[in-house]
Design a protein around this ligand. Structure first.
Ligand code: FAD
Length: 332
């Protein structure tokens, strides 16, 4: 097949209730680097209801052109109507690369689109690049995360990948950027859509590390599940969430959802407080790009202090409650 008409990169922006997932902006940031290498346009696709501000934001964050499909029936994500819009835009825009976040929604949508096109899809990437033949080098951990596999899609276009949240850096908003907004109509009539969203149950306590601005994470130093309550108090005071090292998760002290690191979630919060965590490389890869890192550890030689902006050497059982008290007092 002749794929010479395919040019540019398309990022599918994921949103819920009009708020975009950070991973979408992180992908736009990384894709701008790739688009410059390819000398090709960077496009975004925004689907939802009353989501025009996100189209504008996509331009401010690097997109040259944004496809906007805004309709009442697209308020909530549903696979068929969303994938129809994506397929229509892919047919119209002919991007050589399509990227989206490796979230629950992104994985579902990307799979549906790739199957339909058909093309290859590399899921859960942690590195992206392009080579001199304009091939996407989509890298992801493989074999129980012991190796990094780079996967190429040589036969089909567009080349597709989903990428993990937190591994790439979003560009700051630049209100002076200009770009084109192309309006797309929904590709299905409401009465053709077989599924209906009745309600959203809160996600049963599942922690959202990916979008958290503050994370207070605990490790083996906590010595058991109960001290996680101390971390929760500090996280609540700071408007954040609780994270954990793998040791704490494997000991059964806290759910895997909370795990930060190579086999957990990669995070990029504004503030990361590591409590009783030594700083093993598998943990560091998941949090070292946080804006500010505070480490609390009784061992002054703990490797975590090498990546920390602020280090507190001492017993977490004294320091964490004192910090919480101070934060609450300062807040008034
Ligand atoms: P430790 O290394 O035992 O550190 C505990 C720290 O607590 C020590 O530094 C100690 O000084 C401090 N401490 C003890 N008591 C106190 C106290 N009272 N006050 C203050 N400080 C105290 N790990 C992850 O975290 N995430 C991953 O995704 C991950 N993936 C992995 C994947 C593979 C393939 C492998 C092989 C390993 C992976 N690991 C991962 C495990 C990793 O190698 C480490 O074993 C783990 O991160 C260590 O957890 P920790 O820091 O909680 O425990």
């Amino acid at each position: 097949m002749d794929f010479s008409a395919y040019r540019g990169i398309l990022i599918v922006v994921e949103q819920r209730a009009g708020t975009a997932k950070n991973v979408s902006w992180q992908l736009l940031g990384e894709a701008q680097r790739l688009a410059q290498k390819l000398d090709a346009p960077l496009m975004a696709l925004v689907i939802g209801h009353e989501v025009e501000p996100l189209a504008r934001e996509a331009i401010e964050r690097g997109a040259d052109r944004v496809y906007l499909c805004d309709a009442k029936e697209l308020k909530d994500y549903r696979t068929r109507p969303y994938s129809r819009v994506c397929l229509h835009v892919i047919e119209q825009a002919k991007p050589e690369i399509v990227l989206m976040g490796a979230t629950y929604t992104g994985r579902d949508l990307a799979g549906a689109i790739a199957t339909h096109l058909p093309t290859g899809l590399t899921a859960d990437c942690t590195q992206l690049d392009v080579d001199e033949n304009r091939l996407l080098l989509a890298s992801r951990p493989a074999f129980s995360e012991k190796m990094l596999a780079t996967i190429l899609c040589k036969q089909y276009k567009p080349q597709m990948a989903t990428a993990r949240a937190g591994v790439f850096m979003a560009l700051p908003r630049d209100p002076s950027r200009s770009g084109e907004i192309v309006r797309i109509s929904p590709q299905m009539n409401p009465d053709e859509i077989a599924t209906e969203v009745l309600d959203f149950l809160r996600e049963m306590g599942r922690v959202n590390l990916e979008d958290a601005e503050v994370i207070v994470a605990g490790g083996r130093g906590l010595g058991g599940p109960a001290p996680f309550a101390l971390l929760k108090d500090l996280a609540d005071a700071l408007g954040g969430v609780v994270g954990a090292s793998r040791v704490a998760v494997e000991a059964g002290w806290i759910d895997h959802d909370h795990q930060v690191g190579q086999t957990g979630t990669t995070v990029r919060p504004k503030l990361y407080i590591a409590v009783g965590i030594s700083g093993a490389v598998q943990h560091l890869v998941g949090m070292q790009h946080s804006d500010v890192i505070v480490a609390i550890n009784k061992d002054p030689d703990a490797p975590i202090f090498r990546v920390a902006n602020f280090g507190i050497v001492g017993d977490l059982f004294e320091i964490v409650p004192a910090l919480t008290k101070t934060v609450i007092a300062r807040r008034g």
